[in-house]
Design a protein. Structure first.
Length: 130
C-alpha cells in the first residue's frame, strides 16, 4: 500500500509504502520543504506517479507538478512543467494514458487533462514487458 502522511510536521505531507499486513513501512520522501500527495501505482508495482511542490518560500504560491519515482531507488523524474497546479494523476486501465486535474494559469477553473503515457527515459531500459 502507498499513502501520504504528515507524521513529522503538521501539513508537511510525505509519501510512504507499507505491506498490507502492516509491516515493512518505508518513507519514500523526507523533505520538510516539499509537499507530496496523490500517489498512484504503476502496473509494475515498482514505480509511482504523484503530485509534489516546493513550499520553502512561504510567500510564493507553490507550483504543483507531476513526478515519477522508482520506489526501490527513489530516482525521480519530473513529468509536468506548466504553471499552476497539476494534481491527482491516475492511469487508464491499460496504463497507456494518464489523466490529471490542472489549472494551468493558477486561477482558471480546474480542467481534466489526458495524455498518452510514455515511460520516462530513466526507466525505459527497465520497462516491464507487456
Amino acid at each position: 500500500m502507498i499513502f501520504r502522511s504528515d507524521r513529522k510536521e503538521k501539513d508537511r505531507l510525505q509519501l510512504y509504502v507499507i505491506n498490507v499486513d502492516g509491516t515493512g513501512e518505508k518513507a519514500l520522501t523526507d523533505n520538510d520543504k516539499w509537499i507530496y500527495w496523490a500517489p498512484y501505482w504503476y502496473k509494475d508495482s515498482k514505480h509511482i506517479i504523484y503530485t509534489a511542490a516546493d513550499h520553502s518560500d512561504e510567500k510564493a504560491r507553490p507550483n504543483y507538478d507531476l513526478y515519477w519515482m522508482n520506489i526501490e531507488t527513489k530516482e525521480t523524474t519530473r513529468i509536468t512543467y506548466a504553471p499552476g497546479s497539476d494534481v491527482l494523476p491516475v492511469f487508464s486501465p491499460d496504463y497507456t494514458k494518464i489523466m490529471w486535474t490542472t489549472n494551468r494559469d493558477g486561477r482558471s477553473p480546474t480542467q481534466l487533462y489526458m495524455a498518452d503515457f510514455i515511460l520516462p527515459k530513466s526507466v525505459k531500459n527497465n520497462a516491464p514487458s507487456k
